[in-house]
Design a protein around this ligand. Structure first.
Ligand code: SAH
Length: 352
């Protein structure tokens, strides 16, 4: 962990051991607490087999990093979004998406984002700071505390560009895998296409799932949606993604936000299929109907139009799914994760 101050989900195991020992507790106590916090995923306060005095001391020595600012529920309670305040005052968001038998958590990797994708609310707001590994991991754990279903998937699709913060994202992935017990392929890192970041993730030992936000079949259009494309054009991003598949044996997913009249024309589906043809392991495209954001004029295409786009991809051997838009009613859908910073709004939202 590179985070400076010690926190509950940032402290390495040996730090927990040392604190528990300094409290004069027997050796098994640290193992019991570690198992409770990570293995059973319980809040510290719920570990009633640990003496209250020890829990209180630990709570003080290993504080939580995330202070809840507001919580909203939508989709008949299946989607929960939190706005947290982190050290320094920045705010980040986490989304929990539940089904009958499992749960997925969408985490932020940065407060804000420097990538400036035109249609993304976070990109419109600009970069604030990197999150620490502890702050990333705690988002998953806190969401688990609110979910009766086991969190089995974590997607780095909240605020921020995870490959711009690999110094913290890699140790976070490590901890989610080793301590929380999540399988690597159920950890999905989504990137706008930072080529050196993809190469670095290729060397990272865990075979996590890689998702590439493509959004356009050609560079001229992608330049206008994803400014980073001028630095890393589509061909370079696809080369790096191929390298990833070859090293990890994992299928790569491509995300494509569908914008009416911009990137949803049938000939663009054909062009996209052409670019992804023969991709190792087979390319899979996730079509996301555009979610409205304040700073971008554009609409989602109608359902029929997106279905046609998907069919044309499928006809050319590229599997495609249309992503259901969970969370639109609470501004928790893709690209809508943007802090409404005004304090009066927060106060109003948290009052009964
Ligand atoms: N920075 C990373 C991860 C965060 S965004 C990335 O770009 O991949 C997660 C996904 O939501 C990306 O595919 C992103 O392009 C998409 N997205 C952003 N804004 C959106 C919007 N307004 N409507 C639909 N999808 C959006």
């Amino acid at each position: 962990m590179t985070s400076g101050r010690m926190s509950r989900y940032g402290a390495p195991r040996r730090e927990l051991d040392a604190i528990v020992e300094s409290l004069g507790e027997p050796r098994y106590r640290a193992a019991q607490i570690h198992e409770g916090l990570w293995g059973l995923r319980r809040p510290l306060d719920d570990l009633t087999n640990v003496p209250k005095r020890v829990r209180e001391q630990l709570a003080e020595r290993l504080p939580l990093d995330l202070v809840p600012v507001l919580e909203r529920r939508g989709d008949h309670d299946l989607t929960t979004k939190w706005l947290w305040q982190v050290a320094g005052g920045d705010q980040v968001e986490t989304v929990l998406m539940r089904t009958a038998d499992r749960a997925t958590v969408c985490v932020s990797s940065q407060a804000g984002c420097a990538m400036a994708c035109t249609f993304c609310a976070t990109g419109q707001a600009g970069f604030e700071r990197h999150l620490t590994a502890a702050e990333i991991v705690e988002q998953v754990v806190r969401a688990q505390h609110a979910s009766p279903q086991r969190v089995g998937n974590v997607v780095f699709m909240g605020m921020g560009e995870p490959l711009a913060n690999l110094d913290e994202v890699e140790p976070a992935l490590e901890r989610l895998h080793t301590d929380l017990g999540l399988s690597a392929r159920h950890l999905t890192v989504s990137t706008v296409g930072i080529v050196p970041g993809i190469e670095r993730l290729t060397r990272f030992p865990l075979p996590v799932t890689l998702a590439i936000s493509l959004h356009a079949p050609d560079d001229a259009l992608r330049d206008s949606l994803v400014p980073l494309n001028r630095r890393y054009p589509i061909a370079d991003v696809l080369d790096a993604a191929r390298g990833y598949v070859e090293a990890k044996g994992r299928r790569v997913t491509f995300e494509y936000a569908c914008i009416s009249g911009v990137n949803d024309h049938p000939h663009q589906a054909d062009a996209l299929a052409g670019r992804l043809a023969g991709f190792p392991g087979g390319a899979h495209v996730n079509l996301i109907p555009l979610n409205p954001t304040a700073g971008y004029r554009g609409d989602a295409p109608g359902a029929g139009r997106i279905a046609t786009f998907a069919d044309r991809l499928t006809a050319r051997g590229i599997t495609a799914t249309v992503r259901r838009n969970r969370g639109t009613d609470i501004d928790a859908a893709c690209g809508q994760l943007r802090t409404r910073t005004a304090v009066p709004v927060d106060l109003r939202d948290s009052s009964p």
